[in-house]
Design a protein around this ligand. Structure first.
Ligand code: MEV
Length: 435
């Protein structure tokens, strides 16, 4: 085969069909493979084509709905976009347990984001800091002039902080612009304001500005949720409720003490959070980066990271869980307001403000984490996982819908969740004839 070059100029000028044809030839894709890029009914190709560059199609994620959620006294169905089995079921099960005590209580701070302006070559940084702070009101006014619409809706630049930072390349002055982003994620408003203020900040500091960008460590925009999981609802065939509570507390303690476990603990939380964030068209990389950095930033002295959740036992022996994390989520601007599926999901959730969405996301994160700890502390997560895995295997090995249950049951019973065995089992069942 001749050498193929990935240097293709002007791909963005071609139509979606032309780009698709190009990649088909480039990679030798079959007709069926190319068809998997096609837009499902209800998704307007032109809308998607405007969202990113060089669009060739869409990549559909499974979209599930988690049930049983009651948050701040209101019932919600939760759309979750995720490729991993068990997550939606686990969240729904956890929400069912929380429901028995009234569900999740959630809250959020004002939606204040941080923008950073980096100023270099400042001869007198301590004095420069004060010169900038002296001009606070004028600078905030100049920032707000850049976004009158945000100001009209009650948001806008709120405050300035100036930090003196020692870096491997010498000392720097870092100005933080605090912006209330209301129902937006805040990226555009904050970046625009930082870019607008940078020349004046550099002039006041007597240095030069370089980076002007939002921080994803949104420590002023936090969402919190808590729930009580009744001890009597936690009993299993093999363990009493109080034993399960103790086992979950032991699992949590390990996440507090050990970064290796903490990474997985927090990953499980993000299973819930990211799937709602994706379903609503929000920037999941921003949320994930913010969450993990916050988990490190807020760790106890001497610890490198901490779990985003906390577990305690109340006076009655019930398990009480809570969560707190940054949530830079928006409903206006960005994909949430454009992507048809994201718009439908926002409506399904019934949220009117970014704050409500942040509260829901926090509750789902807590539910997901509780479900994972409960499974890990009791039967282990493989049983549930394996059943779903076996189901996928059975289907891909050729089981018809009416055969899947029986194939799965055999594979699980034999502890042989393998493709080759799935094929054999299908043949064995067929040889036996209809039940
Ligand atoms: C798997 O996606 C998530 C878990 O590993 C989370 C955890 O261990 O807490 C089950």
């Amino acid at each position: 085969m001749s050498e193929r070059s990935s240097e293709i100029s002007g791909l963005y000028r071609r139509t979606i069909e032309e780009r698709r044809e190009l990649v088909r030839e480039w990679a030798g894709l079959t007709e069926a493979e190319v068809r998997s890029y096609e837009f499902p009914p209800g998704i307007d190709p032109a809308t998607i084509d405007r969202m990113i560059e060089n669009v060739i199609g869409v990549y559909p994620f499974p979209l599930g709905v988690a049930t049983n959620f009651r948050i701040n006294g209101q019932d919600r169905l939760i759309p979750m976009a995720i490729e991993e089995p068990s997550v939606v079921a686990a969240a729904s099960n956890a929400a069912k347990v929380a429901r028995a005590t009234g569900g999740f209580r959630a809250s959020a701070t004002a939606p204040v984001m941080i923008g950073q302006v980096q100023i270099l070559d400042v001869p007198d940084p301590a004095a420069a800091r004060l010169r900038i702070l002296d001009e606070r009101d004028r600078l905030l006014e100049a920032a707000n002039a850049k976004d009158p619409v945000l100001v009209k809706f009650g948001g806008g630049a709120r405050d300035l902080e100036v930090r003196l930072l020692q870096t491997p390349r010498g000392s720097m002055l870092i100005v933080h612009l605090l912006v209330d982003a209301r129902d937006a994620g805040g990226m555009n408003a904050v970046n625009t304001m930082c870019e607008a203020l940078a020349p004046e900040l550099a002039r006041l500091a007597g240095g030069r500005s370089v980076l002007r960008i939002i921080s994803n460590l949104a420590v002023h925009r936090l969402a919190r949720a808590r729930a009580t999981f009744r001890v009597d609802l936690l009993a299993t065939d093999r363990a009493t409720g109080p034993e399960v509570v103790e086992a979950i507390l032991d699992a949590y303690a390990l996440a507090v003490a050990d970064p290796y476990r903490c990474a997985t603990h927090n990953k499980g939380i993000m299973n819930g959070i990211s799937s709602v964030v994706i379903a609503t068209g929000n920037d999941y990389r921003a949320i994930e980066s913010g969450a993990h950095t916050y988990a490190a930033w807020s760790a106890e002295e001497g610890a490198v990271v901490r779990p985003l959740t906390t577990y305690e036992k109340d006076a009655a022996g019930n398990l009480v869980g809570s969560i707190e994390l940054p949530t830079a989520l928006g409903l206006i601007g960005g994909a949430t307001a454009v992507h048809p599926t994201a718009k439908a999901n926002v409506k399904l959730l019934g949220v009117k403000t970014a704050r409500e969405l942040a509260e829901i996301v926090a509750a789902v994160g807590l539910a997901q984490n509780f479900a994972a700890l409960r499974a890990l502390a009791t039967e282990g997560i493989q049983r549930g996982h394996m059943e779903l895995h076996a189901r996928n295997l059975a289907t891909s090995a050729g089981a018809r819908p009416d055969e899947v249950d029986r194939v799965v049951a055999r594979l699980v019973q034999e502890h042989a969740i393998r493709f080759d065995r799935a094929k054999e089992v299908i043949e064995e069942l067929r040889a036996l004839g209809p039940r």
